[in-house]
Design a protein around this ligand. Structure first.
Ligand SMILES: [Mg+2]
Length: 363
């Protein structure tokens, strides 16, 4: 879903809306907030939550509200940047940037599609990893633990994690020693299994250990896993607001936080998070972005604006018509996203693609 916000001069800002509730509920909530802002306009994107009377505590605890606010703030920031005639990264305090480096998340290329379930064998993971390298990514991420889900009956490394480890071994073999490998565990483990799993990830030289547990819900367990880990521990993809991410890094919960432009408070908040944390902890912020082209592009502007030192996530290979959602079309080549030259995002929704592929409904 997309949100467009237009000012009285006709500048239209764009954002993606995707979230943790039924699409119509999120759309309804966003429309309600938009109407309140229309009647009582904020000074700018940073003023949206105050204007809606929402507190940080409410938004940390309520993901649908955080999602609606994030989309509106990103769309308004894009509109403001267009009105000012500058790129979104410049509007957010950075500089005009030609391109941003990406890492290749292969998960979406392996999801079930219209042709049914995909092959999830180690060989299929290896083939996807080779494709990621062919596409130019220097860092590859996978989420291989389909069969594992805590609690487990046995202590130590659970039997249910074995096939996931086989997939990781196959991926490492396919990409060779020089490509970095990130592994996402989708909060499927617990303290004991999370510590045991980290030790076996070392054998495949995994560089990034994401969400063994949900580090926002259970920071104490995450801290204990991180204390023993030899690789970077990452997560917090559903978090809202700079204060939460600051607590996570300053509290030693994780090495890397992953604010998502769709939930964290939007493009302006993502830049605040990067600016708050990166100077003292370089590499501590890497935006979560298993997103469509509008969020991908806004996340590239945000990463450029806070001078992120990590590559930005890109979930390649989900739909071959994806680039045509925007005009000019999304341009991702050799592991980099290229930022179009125009003001704001530099791209808008392509009405022909919306007509052909989209779905409309009335609230
Ligand atoms: Mg993840």
């Amino acid at each position: 879903m997309f949100v467009e916000v237009t000012d009285t001069d006709g500048n239209t800002g764009l954002a993606e809306l995707a979230g943790p509730a039924a699409a119509t509920d999120i759309a309804q909530l966003t429309a309600e907030y938009a109407e309140r802002l229309r009647l009582s306009p904020p000074d700018g994107e940073a003023d949206v939550t105050a204007q809606l009377g929402l507190t940080v505590e409410e938004l940390e605890a309520d993901r649908p509200r955080a999602t609606a606010v994030s989309a509106l703030r990103t769309a308004i920031a894009d509109g403001q940047a267009r009105a000012a005639g500058v790129s979104l990264s410049e509007f957010l305090g950075g500089q005009r940037t030609e391109s941003v480096q990406l890492y290749g998340n292969m998960n979406r290329s392996m999801l079930p599609d219209d042709n049914g379930p995909r092959d999830r064998s180690p060989e299929a993971f290896a083939a996807a990893a080779r494709e990621a390298v062919r596409r130019g990514y220097k860092v590859v991420k996978c989420a291989p633990f389909d069969e594992a889900r805590s609690p487990f009956e046995e202590p130590g490394l659970p039997e249910a994690a074995r096939s996931g480890i086989d997939r990781i071994v196959a991926v490492r073999e396919a990409i060779g020693p020089d490509i970095q490998l990130f592994v996402d565990c989708h909060s499927r483990f617990d303290l004991d299994s999370g510590i045991a799993l980290e030790i076996s990830l070392r054998d495949s030289n995994v560089a990034w250990y994401e969400e063994a547990v949900d580090g926002i819900e259970d920071p104490e367990t995450m801290i204990k896993i991180r204390e023993r880990a030899t690789m970077d521990v990452a997560g917090a993809e559903s978090g809202y607001g700079v204060e939460l991410f600051r607590r996570i890094i300053e509290g030693g919960v994780m090495d890397v936080v992953m604010p998502d432009i769709k939930f964290c408070g939007g493009a302006g908040e993502a830049v605040q998070i990067g600016r708050a944390l990166e100077p003292d902890a370089p590499g501590s912020v890497s935006m979560h972005s298993p997103s469509g082209p509008a969020s991908q592009l806004a996340s590239a502007h945000a990463t450029a604006a806070f001078k992120g030192t990590r590559p930005l996530e890109h979930a390649w290979g989900e739909a071959d018509w994806r680039p045509s959602v925007l005009e000019p079309v999304e341009r991702i080549e050799n592991g980099r996203i290229y930022i179009p030259e125009g003001p704001g995002l530099g791209a808008s929704l392509n009405p022909a693609t919306v007509e052909e592929r989209g779905r409309r409904w009335a609230l």
